[in-house]
Design a protein around this ligand. Structure first.
Ligand code: AMP
Length: 419
């Protein structure tokens, strides 16, 4: 990984006069955490956003996952808390999913390790005991709460949580929160917060509704924008044009090829996820299916064993594409083309994290050509077409749709663009 080396001196001086973490005058204990995380130089979003946030200004930042955006808001916030040193809830971070909330919490734990700053992740989906634990954590006056909106409202309306001392509000993956219908919840939460606060909004995309949200919740914000919605350069993107009956055999061939050790497979619906996982298990592959029918504990166990490299393959829906922050994923396969081109960027962004390299392969059937076109418009280039291996060429196409891959036919099969 380009950013990650463990040489302490790199933090202080760079032979290329680059910005280093030393330039931000962070609290020394926070710098220790930065070193222990293996960060040497700030990523571009960190370089741009940190000075603005340190000055106390509101910010609207367009940055995808994989760019280091979590550190971009966490570091100045942690610096502020460690310098003011108060034992009260001063920062609220809202995130769309529990997986993202947990990952932010893990980054806080790593970066804040030597500062004494405390945090708690508050999200739904657990049992009564989890709720109780969260309630007790809140009452202990942690410094930072990282929460999904629904569960936070439960604690706010029960009167357990008081946010009168809040100085920082972060909206992380704001576009996703709006996609998931959290707009009203967010506005309700904001009605509980002091007006005099610093608000930091991070979003992978900047559609009009994010701009209007920003207008209503930010105060004279500075904008920061890094290469909007572009996949990391280290990702080798490929497509195969296939029909439905070729997809699973091609998938099995790619998985058996053996060059990849940590693999994510995305499919559009959980029924496909479940049936694919079953087929691959029958072919003696070590895979787990990740979808919304699983208990939270089961999801966590899957992610943990994937992170620890005990589990080489996960098959999931887009729920997986936002939350997962695992290093060393070398292959992402889109079993079908995601409907929203931005989901494509999120899915493939799971590989080549923080400037490593990886491969992203997408299976495109004729119904998905239009979706592919939209992706290529968004990323502003054609994706490399790879020929389907000869062994699979003879597989007959069944005219009726594959039962596990049935989707509404709302797109016509138009003239296929040759490339
Ligand atoms: P994010 O975009 O916040 O999801 O971060 C993506 C990954 O990059 C995470 O695993 C971070 O730990 C890592 N990361 C963030 N900032 C840096 C940095 N300055 N140097 C090295 N790695 C980083």
């Amino acid at each position: 990984m380009l950013y990650k080396t463990t040489f302490f001196h790199n933090l202080h001086a760079s032979p290329y006069n680059e910005v280093t973490f030393y330039d931000f005058n962070f609290n020394e204990h926070l710098l220790e955490g930065v070193i222990s995380m293996g960060f040497t130089n700030p990523t571009p979003i960190q370089e741009m956003a940190i000075p603005i946030i340190l000055k106390g200004q509101d910010i609207i930042a367009c940055a995808q996952t994989g760019t280091g955006k979590t550190g971009a808001y966490l570091l100045p916030v942690l610096d502020h808390i460690s310098k003011t040193n108060k034992h009260q809830i001063s920062t609220l971070i809202l995130a769309p999913t529990r997986e993202l909330a947990q990952q932010i919490d893990q980054q806080v734990e790593g970066l804040a390790y030597f500062t004494g700053v405390s945090s708690i992740a508050v999200y739904g989906g657990g049992d009564g005991m989890a709720y109780e634990q969260q309630r007790r954590g809140i009452q202990n006056n942690v410094n930072i709460i990282i929460a999904t909106p629904g569960r936070l409202i439960a604690h706010l309306t029960s009167g357990v949580l008081k946010l009168n001392h809040l100085t920082h509000l972060v909206l992380d993956e704001a576009d996703r929160m709006l996609d998931m219908g959290f707009q009203d919840d967010i506005m309700k939460i904001i009605s509980y917060l002091p007006k005099n606060r610093q608000t930091l909004l991070f979003s992978a995309t900047m559609p009009g509704r994010i701009r209007s949200l920003a207008k209503s919740v930010l105060n004279n914000p500075q904008s920061v924008n890094i290469a909007v919605s572009q996949p990391a350069v280290g990702i080798d993107q490929q497509i195969y044009r296939v029909h439905d009956q070729q997809k699973t055999p091609l998938l099995q061939m790619l998985l058996k090829n053996g060059s990849y050790s940590s693999i994510l497979i995305f499919a559009s619906r959980k029924e496909i996820v479940k049936s694919l996982a079953k087929e691959l298990k029958q072919a003696k592959m070590h895979v787990s299916a990740f979808h919304s029918d699983l208990e939270q504990r089961e999801r966590e166990d899957i992610l943990l064993s994937f992170k620890n490299k005990q589990l080489p393959i996960i098959i999931g829906t887009d729920a997986l594409s936002r939350g997962i922050d695992v290093e060393g994923i070398d292959l992402v396969i889109n079993y079908d083309v995601p409907g929203d081109p931005e989901d494509y960027i999120h899915r493939i962004g799971r590989t080549a994290r923080a400037e490593t390299t990886g491969t992203a392969i997408t299976f495109v059937n004729h119904r998905d050509e239009r979706k592919l076109k939209n992706i290529e418009v968004l990323i502003d280039k054609p994706i490399r077409l790879i020929d389907v291996p000869d062994e699979l060429a003879g597989i007959q196409q069944v005219k009726h749709e594959h039962t596990t891959n049935k989707r509404p036919q709302n797109r016509r099969w138009g003239n296929k663009a040759k490339r």
